[in-house]
Design a protein. Structure first.
Ligand SMILES: NC(=O)c1ccc[n+]([C@@H]2O[C@H](COP(=O)([O-])OP(=O)(O)OC[C@H]3O[C@@H](n4cnc5c(N)ncnc54)[C@H](OP(=O)(O)O)[C@@H]3O)[C@@H](O)[C@H]2O)c1
Length: 327
């Protein structure tokens, strides 16, 4: 069959995203054909478009179909394939999702609970699974813990603030404007610092009795990482989980010495590579997203053909809630 797909034929700005018609093979044994209904736009898509193949994102031969996740409906299964039945609503984390249809390993599909709409799953499945390992497994948050989250009003930030607060932790945020800071205060944060108006280190120390937070979730990277080391508490953990402002680059390990700081640079894929772990993570994420205690706003819903506009919006730092593309 043929499907529409947003592909790149070279790396570059949003203008390299183009709509093509592509041939899609029938699903082989072990595979499923998914008709995508809501495609999440994530920062990883921007890294891939730019050709920033650090960490888990290895270079692929051109042309590359964009995307890392979607929600949709199973339309066909490969021969002798066990998996969610045809007609099941599913979500997945996997490549080639900026398309009308995508072929995925059937075992990697997550059947969606009825209470989770396609749009919310498209916007929050990848972010939800990421928040799950960040606040429950990599650094378990709970009463008595204080966390600092950079870009608190972004897609990940809105989720981390709410989930961390739900677990009983004190959540402090940074955000790039007074409006964003105001918004984040409605999503679990007790205090939010506008880090474009002032350096965040002293305010964070002031808010934590001069000690610093127990953990810092840093999805911003270059612009915040070094200063995060200056305000983490002794033996605290700095989690560099994203690089929206650019890669952190090399840094001197000795910077960790005086406070015994733990630094990690995780990726979702290694936290859901084991199928049992992935299933447990999905259960916890779906429970969190559907229990009514975490609000999941959608920033914009655009036709797939307007993917370039979605990327421009995200890169302009004007977005807060996530954007979803509809084929
Ligand atoms: N490691 C993982 O497993 C994993 C999984 C999912 C996502 N992530 C990471 O999580 C982070 C957030 O992802 P998201 O998709 O939800 O994006 P987002 O937070 O909605 O957008 C990124 C935010 O970063 C801030 N930012 C600071 N400097 C920036 C710059 N120079 N250019 C653009 N933005 C800048 C902006 O907020 P302010 O204006 O408030 O500064 C912007 O809104 C990304 O770094 C992404 O790679 C990591």
């Amino acid at each position: 069959m043929q499907t529409e797909a947003i592909r790149i034929h070279r790396h570059g700005g949003p203008e390299v995203l183009q709509m093509d018609r592509v041939d899609l093979p029938d699903p082989a044994p072990g595979q499923a054909l998914v008709r995508n209904t809501a495609i999440g736009v994530n920062y990883a898509d921007i890294y891939e478009r730019e050709g920033d193949h650090g960490g888990p994102h290895s270079a692929k031969p051109m042309p590359v179909t964009m995307g890392h996740m979607a929600a949709g409906v199973v339309e066909a299964l490969g021969p002798d394939t066990a998996g969610p039945a045809v007609g099941t609503r599913v979500g997945y984390i996997g490549p080639n999702s900026y398309a009308g249809h995508t072929v995925m390993p059937a075992a990697r599909l997550f059947p969606l609970p009825e209470a989770l709409s396609d749009e919310v799953a498209g916007a929050y499945l990848l972010r939800g699974l990421t928040a799950e390992y960040l606040v429950r497994r990599l650094y378990p948050l709970g009463p008595g813990k204080t966390a600092l989250v950079h870009a608190a009003a972004g897609g990940m930030g809105l989720l981390l603030g709410q989930w961390g607060a739900l677990l009983g932790a004190r959540m402090i945020g940074t955000a790039g404007s007074p409006e964003k800071a105001e918004l984040a205060l409605q999503f679990g944060y007790s205090d939010v610092i506008d880090y474009n108006a002032q350096d965040f280190v002293q305010p964070v120390l002031d808010l934590t009795g001069g000690v610093g937070p127990d953990v810092i979730y840093d999805g911003v990277g270059r612009a915040t990482f070094r200063r995060s080391l200056d305000c983490i508490r002794p033996r605290g953990m700095v989690i560099s989980y994203g690089t929206a402002s650019g890669n952190v680059g090399e840094f001197d390990l000795q910077l960790l010495h005086s406070k015994s700081i733990v630094v990690t640079r995780p990726t979702l894929r290694s936290w859901i590579s084991d199928p049992d772990e992935a299933a447990a993570a999905a259960r916890a994420t779906f429970e969190a997203l559907t229990a009514g205690r975490i609000v999941t706003p959608i920033g914009a819903t655009l036709p797939l053909a307007r993917a370039a506009e979605a990327h421009r919006m995200m890169e302009s730092r004007t977005t807060t809630a996530p954007i979803v593309l509809i084929p």
